[in-house]
Design a protein around this ligand. Structure first.
Ligand code: NAD
Length: 493
């Protein structure tokens, strides 16, 4: 058992393959590091290509040879069991996520754990009853044959689910729920930085549910190329990936040879448009959310668009907000910003900050590794003003606590700047007029958008990206469609 200030937990070091919790064939393990302290928390199985091959074979067999793909009642029962199982280990999972992801405990009470846990498996289980698995088309009369015509929705088959390290539980649960509800089998490949959340789910599947052996497999590995096997293997039908756009493109390339279906949820560089009629004191604190979990969220609004007429006032308000972001020890309940997940990510963020300075943006707050911590991958909450939208810090996803403040002339200009991005994941608009804010929101080319602080998140809400932010949707009815094939049947007579 591991004791931490955020609680205690016992991590699961084993893989789940074909219904059994096993070590890697090689016996190898790798270290799981606490990003706040740089200490080794413990170990997890380090799967190799042979373990991945076994997991793929098991998932294929479970899809082809068990009743999983056709038995709605069994699937519903298993998802309800899984929901109960995660709720029973909520507090262990909370402490574990704080330890391995460095996420502030405060964030686990919302996006990191409790919000997705609410309905992660419950909603997909319920939707099994409501989803239109079949629909009748008008009868056909072709080539002298009268036919009844039916559209039937069927699972894709074997899914490779590749998970990032920033919101491990949220992403894994939002993949597993619809993947399983629609009758697919799956190999979950967690990020090497946060393997325990996935191996815990693997143990819960094995010990607390009737999910048949092989339907869910969990394969942790320190080697990204072991995950890449999922994209190359012809026995895998679909890759469901959340992570960087660079890796998303590589997955498509590697998957092309076997014409893999892909669901990709990738990066973002979302804009928050603050209209000239907005109450700055009331709305600008929302911009501080970009530092939540050290800015390691794909949908965070990291470009703040202020009207030129009130730019100085807005910049001053934002300066005060960013100077007061509580950051540091993620086990402290008052903290919203913990460390970056790894030294590599910390260095990446620092290099973006240097680029911002070099390209002429004005560094108003932060920008350094904080001197008060001698351990941990921390970066100060950082605010750049006088940012031009063409600068690297306005175009590329930094994945750190870095805000770029950009001036605009009028609503059309704000919309143009917001849309002048290769990404299209999310965003926000604030105006004293709901109608004006909605009119702007409708013209923003992103998969989700918050209007006057509204929350769009939910297991029933289809989420995903436009442009290079992704392909397809997770959650909601559209999320079911992601994992389904469509069969057209003509029945003579
Ligand atoms: P990544 O996209 O490379 O890693 C995410 C997952 O993909 C991990 O499980 C990793 O093992 C796996 N992976 C990596 N290469 C693979 C390959 N060739 N085939 C199959 N799977 C592969 O992300 P990263 O390198 O950890 O982080 C780099 C940047 O990615 C971040 O700074 C951030 O900008 C972005 N990112 C975005 C999200 C998001 O939610 N949109 C999440 C994580 C990282």
């Amino acid at each position: 058992m591991i004791e931490t200030k955020a609680g205690s937990f016992t991590p699961e070091p084993r893989l789940l393959i074909n219904g059994e919790l096993v070590d890697a064939v090689s016996g190898r393990q790798f270290d799981n590091i606490n990003p706040a302290t740089e200490e080794v928390l413990g170990q997890v199985a380090d799967a190799g290509h042979e373990d991945m091959a076994r997991a793929i074979a098991a998932a294929r067999r479970a899809f082809d040879e068990t009743e999983w793909s056709t038995n709605h009642v069994l699937r519903q029962r298993c998802l309800e069991q899984l929901q109960e199982a995660i709720e029973a280990e909520r507090e262990d999972m909370r402490a574990e996520l704080v330890a391995e992801a460095g996420t502030p405990i405060m964030v686990t009470y919302s996006a990191q754990l409790d919000s997705p846990m609410e309905d992660a498996f419950r909603w997909p289980a319920k939707n099994i009853d409501q989803f239109p698995w079949e629909r009748q088309l008008p009868d056909g009369e072709a080539f002298g044959i009268h036919s009844r015509r039916l559209v039937v929705k069927e699972p894709q088959g074997v899914v490779g689910a590749i998970i990032p390290w920033n919101f491990p539980f949220e992403v894994t649960a939002n993949k597993l729920g619809p993947i399983l509800a629609t009758g697919n089998t799956v190999i979950v490949k967690p990020a090497p930085d946060t393997p325990w959340n996935a191996t815990r789910l693997g143990r819960l599947v094995a010990e607390r549910t009737d999910i048949p052996a092989g339907v869910v497999n969990v394969v942790s590995s320190s080697d990204h190329l072991v995950g890449e096997d999922l994209t190359l293997d012809p026995r895998v039908d679909l890759i469901s990936f959340t992570g960087s756009t660079v890796t998303g493109k590589r997955i498509m390339e590697k998957g092309a040879a076997t014409l893999k279906r892909v669901f990709l949820e990738l990066g973002g560089k979302s804009a928050m448009i603050v209209c000239d009629d907005a109450d700055f004191a009331a709305v600008l604190p929302a911009a501080g959310a970009a530092c939540m979990h050290a800015g390691q969220g794909c949908a965070l609004q990291t470009r703040i668009l202020l009207p030129r007429s009130r730019y100085a006032e807005g910049a001053e308000t934002l300066q005060a907000i960013m100077e007061n972001i509580p950051y540091g020890d993620p086990t402290d309940p008052g903290i919203v910003q913990g460390p970056q997940v790894s030294a590599k990510q910390r260095d990446r963020v620092m290099s973006y900050i240097q680029k911002g300075i070099a390209e002429g943006a004005n560094l108003l707050v932060g920008g350094r590794r904080p001197a008060q911590f001698d351990k941990g991958f921390f970066v100060e909450p950082t605010l750049f003003t006088d940012v031009d939208n063409s600068m690297t810090i306005a175009q590329e996803e930094i994945f750190g606590p870095v805000l770029a403040v950009i001036a605009y002339d009028d609503d059309d200009d704000a919309i143009r700047i917001a849309n002048d991005s290769s990404y299209g994941l999310s965003g926000g608009v604030f105006s004293a007029s709901g109608d004006r804010a909605m009119a702007i929101a409708r013209r923003i080319r992103t998969g989700s958008i918050s209007v006057n602080g509204g929350i769009w998140y939910g297991a029933d809400g289809p989420y995903g990206g436009y442009k290079t932010s992704g392909i397809g949707r997770q959650n909601g009815t559209e999320g079911f469609e992601t994992y389904l094939e469509t069969k057209l049947v003509g029945l003579a007579g």
